[in-house]
Design a protein around this ligand. Sequence first.
Ligand SMILES: NC(=O)c1ccc[n+]([C@@H]2O[C@H](COP(=O)([O-])OP(=O)(O)OC[C@H]3O[C@@H](n4cnc5c(N)ncnc54)[C@H](OP(=O)(O)O)[C@@H]3O)[C@@H](O)[C@H]2O)c1
Length: 282
Amino acid sequence: MTTNNTQSPAPAPHEILVVGGTGKSGRRVAALLPGARIGSRSGAPPFDWRRPGGWTPVLDGIRAVYLGYPTDVAAPGAADDLAAFARLAREQGVERLVLLSGRGMPWAADSERAVTGSGLEWTVLRGSWFSQNFSEEFLADEVRAGSFTLPVPASTAEPFVDLDDLAEVAVAALTRPGHAGRVHELTGPRALTMTETAEVLSKAVGRPVAFHPVGADDYRAALVAQGLPAAEADLLLHLFTEIFDGRNTPVTDDVPTLLGRPARDFTAYAARAAATGVWAPA
Ligand SMILES: NC(=O)c1ccc[n+]([C@@H]2O[C@H](COP(=O)([O-])OP(=O)(O)OC[C@H]3O[C@@H](n4cnc5c(N)ncnc54)[C@H](OP(=O)(O)O)[C@@H]3O)[C@@H](O)[C@H]2O)c1
């Protein structure tokens, strides 16, 4: 999908803002762009989605922005936040926005439109489920303890995308021509069922890791019992039951086409994560 054909010369790293630059995807993007400005509450100057009055100095001198919206790109209020950010970015001379979105999530359309309708050069990265959810997110503790639980059947197959691949594509979209007006669908090289995922994790961890499918009601009750507000539990449940209904199983060739090499495989990811000690017994 292409909406414009002109792109400005590449921005230098110090002209790039990585919003969510301390998060899972953003810190990898920032690591590939030494000198880029970090957009987070701990950045300098600090950036807080809840305090739009403080955005102006964060955008000063910035030409390209990676947008990782916290928690979920389709969370209530996300589209309005992104639209307000894009408006200010345009006023302040930003030329290019690269939005991290999710694959198979029509309910993220308003958030994507906030960027694609901004009048700026834009690229949307629709990521599959991240491999790193098993080591840098809520599943890490479960995997370390020997299992993981999701409200999906064991036969559900997902082509997990490695965030190191996603970050390389993001950097290309931020700094090189040819990405404006395009949606990239980023997956790994193969889809693994949850059973196969558990087998790969077991080998990498060196101990059995089982997959426990659980019903939607039980999953929601467990989330709430862990302290998640009911509205967030509902959002997570909606997300999981929808995106794991088979719509996201097909593998795309966007990563190999864009990076000129195969996408990183989940087995290699699991070995790398295990080597960090993240799943070592506590
Ligand atoms: N998980 C998946 O499998 C998956 C797949 C596809 C797409 N996505 C999308 O990925 C996005 C999340 O990206 P991620 O996983 O890379 O991020 P993340 O690891 O959840 O990190 C969140 C980032 O946002 C910052 N942040 C949190 N609250 C903030 C606030 N109020 N103001 C400013 N910054 C704030 C955090 O920094 P500070 O705490 O320092 O402020 C941190 O840098 C979501 O939009 C989600 O929909 C996720």
